[in-house]
Design a protein around this ligand. Structure first.
Ligand code: LLP
Length: 423
């Protein structure tokens, strides 16, 4: 459920026409709906209202400070994976004791910064990381609260590039070594064991792999307790998918309430604090990318719509073969016959293709289109490839809107670089 709809024949974000934003901000731009972000956060958090829960929003999915501030006001914590994301979360007012630090490659400096602020927990992914964290904590006369991220060896049935819970993936501590590594952690003075962490992948649309992984993890919690460890937290990661393709029932994800029921059944008896790291589920459908058609080009065998957005603005189709529904900003007439288009950007690569042979109402040069479900992993993965300026972001809330990341000028982009005087 989102708050983008046609009103008076024009696509609106809440009460604001996207035409108006395009006129004021220029294209391309990302637009987020505050009501949708709040709604998704609440649906998730409310599903666990009867449990001790920390909802640590996965900052990587959409890390704009305005969005983090909005979610912080809803009570969200943060799941961060770098010192930069930690700084963002703190700047947005998210209390340190609601922040978890994930990721396979935390550096000493990042660990030290997180320890100083007193974050809730580090999710540790390897023995070498555990040893370095112990070292850093001791050198700061403190101890680090941790969960070990365990790799449950479960295939999530999602795209290869975003599957993380199989034995061959780089993430987490191998299942068979879990007890041994917990015993090692228990012997380290700078480490304070709090829980177990698991995250099996992203855009998962079926409850079965979650259930399998969580059952294994619950068994592990019982075993670790028998081994004498105090396990008081269970971090179940993120990964709940969102619908990308209108009318495709196969990719319809489970409702958060069903996800919650399954988890309560498995984890309820363990009496632990539940931690979640949802990203896409909160931000995916809360954002779209608006672009203008520069040219309508008749190819040998295809008709191309060349847009002013490109793979540097939204890389998901190029990188993961991702599907994003595309709709015109001006509402098409109901009975209009569809035309088959390839939607491409101006970047000099064939990979700069958003969609092939997409059936759309007839479109003209100058028309605006929106890529739906682009809130998660859209703007955050944008680059300045081809010296195209970083795509701006706009937040709508009711009848108000604001640019929450501006489009840099070419001068600003060039000012980041310098030519050594010895050249
Ligand atoms: N926790 C951990 C440890 C993660 O690695 C991730 C995502 C999440 C939570 C949040 O997962 P979510 O709830 O958003 O599925 N760029 C890709 C997705 C990469 C996901 C990386 N990890 C895409 O555009 O599909």
């Amino acid at each position: 459920m989102h708050h983008f709809e046609y009103r008076a024949s024009h696509l609106h974000a809440e009460d604001v026409s996207l035409d108006v934003i395009a006129r004021d901000v220029g294209t391309p731009f990302y637009c987020y709906s505050a009501a949708t972000l709040r709604r998704h956060y609440r649906v998730f958090a409310d599903s666990f209202h009867d449990c001790d829960t920390l909802v640590a929003f996965s900052v990587k999915s959409l890390s704009n400070l305005a969005v983090l501030t909005l979610l912080q006001k809803e009570g969200a914590g943060a799941d961060v994976v770098s010192g930069g994301e930690l700084a963002r979360a703190l700047k947005a007012g998210i209390p340190a004791d609601k922040i978890v630090f994930s990721g396979v490659g935390k550096t000493r400096d990042e660990m030290a910064a997180a320890l100083k602020t007193g974050i809730h927990q580090f999710n540790v992914e390897s023995v070498p990381e555990l040893q370095v964290l112990n070292d850093v904590a001791l050198s700061h006369n403190t101890s680090a609260s941790i969960a070990l991220r365990i790799n449950p060896d479960v295939a999530a049935g999602t795209h290869d590039k975003i599957s993380t819970g199989r034995a061959e993936d780089k993430f987490g501590i191998p299942w068979a070594q879990a007890r041994e590594v917990y015993n090692l952690a228990g012997s380290l003075q700078g480490i304070s064991i709090k829980g177990v962490d698991v995250h099996i992948g992203s855009q998962i649309t079926d409850l079965a792999p979650f259930e399998k992984a969580f059952n294994r993890t619950a068994d592990l919690v019982r075993t670790l307790r028998e081994d004498g460890h105090q396990i008081t937290r269970l971090d179940l990661g993120g990964g709940l998918g969102v619908p990308y393709q209108h009318g495709d029932d196969k990719s319809t994800p489970p409702h958060p309430e069903h996800y919650a029921e399954m988890i309560k059944r498995i984890a309820g008896p363990l009496d632990v604090q539940l931690i979640f790291e949802p990203g896409r589920m909160i931000t995916g459908n809360a954002g779209l990318l608006v672009s203008r058609i520069i040219y309508n080009k008749e190819g040998e065998s295809r008709r191309f719509l060349i847009l002013d957005a490109a793979m540097n603005d939204l890389i998901r189709p190029a990188l993961y073969d991702a599907w994003h529904d595309v709709i015109p900003i001006r509402e098409p007439a109901k009975q209009q016959e569809k035309v088959s288009y390839d939607l491409v950007g101006p970047v000099c690569e064939t990979g700069d293709t958003f969609a092939r042979q997409r059936q759309l109402p007839p479109l003209e040069e100058g028309d605006l289109v929106a890529f739906l479900t682009a809130g998660a992993y859209g703007a955050v993965q944008a680059s300045q490839y081809n010296t195209r300026p970083l795509v701006p972001e706009v937040l709508v809330d009711g009848d108000k809107y604001a640019v929450i990341r501006k489009r840099p000028t070419t001068e600003e982009i060039l000012a980041m670089e310098s030519v050594p005087d010895w050249l």
